[in-house]
Design a protein around this ligand. Structure first.
Ligand code: 13P
Ligand code: SF4
Length: 422
């Protein structure tokens, strides 16, 4: 099967309507000029904060090199760097980048991989900004973390900024100040999805809270409910709602917090009666999936198994057969009997790679439109070659550094997550 990039290029010739924006197949460097924006792809309609990191130009030799030339150069640089280098790749990376990853995984596994590759002086993170920050927090002081394209952010992570969360926290603390604490529990425990800035992980660490990923959200919520009467969950409303609902929390006890409104747009009584306060954030990749797509897949493929990522809206997760992290989805496919049929609600690069790796199954993405995560897609082999060849020359480009005070508190929240067990 051809990669998404070559599929996009051929679509451009025959059917531009079939993809969300065929400009994706151009070099990502074309989108690094002008006002901050996520670029073509699923997040193209989201508004990027003005503080969004910009990449800036890379030398023409990396922009103009052929795929074959980049492959040769990346492999040569990796060979020279040997054990001093580890390249980590998220499942949503394009095939042309995954090909060079020493370890491919979900965000929980990649956080662990960063923690356990002590020999590697350089961790080159082919993923997005919050993942690279997490790797920096968890790695040793001797290790350096590199994000090949600084514009590889996450629109969902940007939906919760530090000052809005702090303001929300102050309003909640005022509201719950008179509540009885006879049960020995805190009024509210902050829980952040891994997809957020290191500053928010630090906020959570400072306020008795914890980080979760899509693979351990239920365990983490249990941890939080042992310590608090309710949870403030950010930034992904869908992961929070889907997880808490599966644990039996009624929907009416899960108000949404809109940071642009007083009390998040709620009345005090609703917040006093709440169990999980959901931040108004979402992923534009997973927002694309619908119940109608699932109904169509079931009509066209009797017996199809529908797997959804828990960042999908609740009706989609409810209509699916199973929901789980990217690692869960990968294992479900790998362990299925030959001849299985899967309709998958997650990012297109991962789904197409699964389809290529498992010709014994029929595997398709529920969203018929080719629309990758715009920010994951910003990592291109040209950037990878650029940062690796610089390392060979002893120059560290695109280093991701979390300030020591922020890292210390963020580490507390991450270590709580790593220690939490079902
Ligand atoms: P997982 O890899 O943890 O399932 O997360 C998906 C995701 O959206 C990463 O940005
Ligand atoms: Fe962010 Fe969604 Fe892309 Fe993951 S898939 S990096 S949550 S925008």
């Amino acid at each position: 099967m051809s990669s998404i990039n070559s599929t996009l290029q051929s679509l451009k010739l025959v059917s531009p309507e079939a993809s969300c924006n065929t400009d994706l197949s151009k070099g990502p460097w074309l989108f690094d000029t002008g006002a901050p924006a996520y670029g073509p792809g699923s997040s193209q309609e989201d508004v990027a904060p003005v503080s969004t990191p910009r990449q800036g130009d890379i030398p023409a030799e990396y922009r103009e090199a052929s795929d074959a030339e980049l492959t040769t150069r990346i492999l040569a640089a990796k060979k020279t760097l040997g054990e001093s280098l580890v390249v980590l790749g998220h499942h949503y990376q394009r095939d042309e980048v995954v090909a060079f990853a020493d370890f491919v995984g979900d965000s929980f596994q990649l956080a662990n991989a960063a923690l356990t590759r002590e020999k590697a002086k350089y961790i080159v993170f082919c993923g997005v900004h919050f993942m690279a920050e997490t790797a920096d927090v968890l790695s040793t002081p001797e290790q350096q973390v590199i994000l090949p394209n600084l514009a590889a952010g996450c629109s969902m992570a940007d939906m919760a900024d530090e000052s809005s969360v702090e303001e929300c926290w102050e309003q909640l603390m005022d509201l719950y100040a008179d509540e009885s604490d006879a049960d020995g529990k805190a009024a509210v425990i902050p829980v952040t999805y891994m997809n957020c800035s290191a500053a928010l992980k630090a906020f959570v660490g400072k306020h008795g809270g914890i980080v979760c990923t899509s693979s351990n959200a239920a365990t983490v919520l249990e941890w939080a409910f042992e310590r608090g009467r309710r949870v403030l969950f950010f930034p992904d409303q869908h992961l929070g709602r889907n997880t808490a609902k599966a644990m039996g929390v009624p929907l009416e006890k899960m108000p949404m917090w809109n940071p642009r409104k007083a009390l998040g747009g709620n009345d005090a009584a609703t917040l006093l009666d709440s169990k999980v306060i959901l931040w108004h954030g979402f992923c534009s990749v997973h927002k694309r999936f619908t119940v109608a797509q699932i109904e169509k897949a079931r009509a066209e493929h009797p017996g199809v198994r529908i797997l959804a990522h828990p960042e999908c809206p609740m009706p989609v997760v409810d209509a699916a057969d199973e929901a789980g992290s990217t690692d869960y989805i990968q294992k479900a496919v790998a362990n299925a009997p030959a001849g299985s049929v899967f309709g998958i609600a997650t990012e297109i690069n991962m789904v197409n790679r699964l389809a290529a790796a498992h010709p014994e199954h029929t595997i398709f993405c529920l969203d018929p439109v080719i629309c990758p995560c715009s920010t994951m897609y910003r990592i291109h082999p040209g950037y990878l070659a650029w940062v690796l060849e610089a390392l060979v020359d002893g120059v560290v480009l695109n280093k991701i550094t979390v300030a020591d005070d922020v890292a210390a508190d963020a580490k507390v929240a991450l270590e709580r997550m790593l220690a939490a067990r079902p």
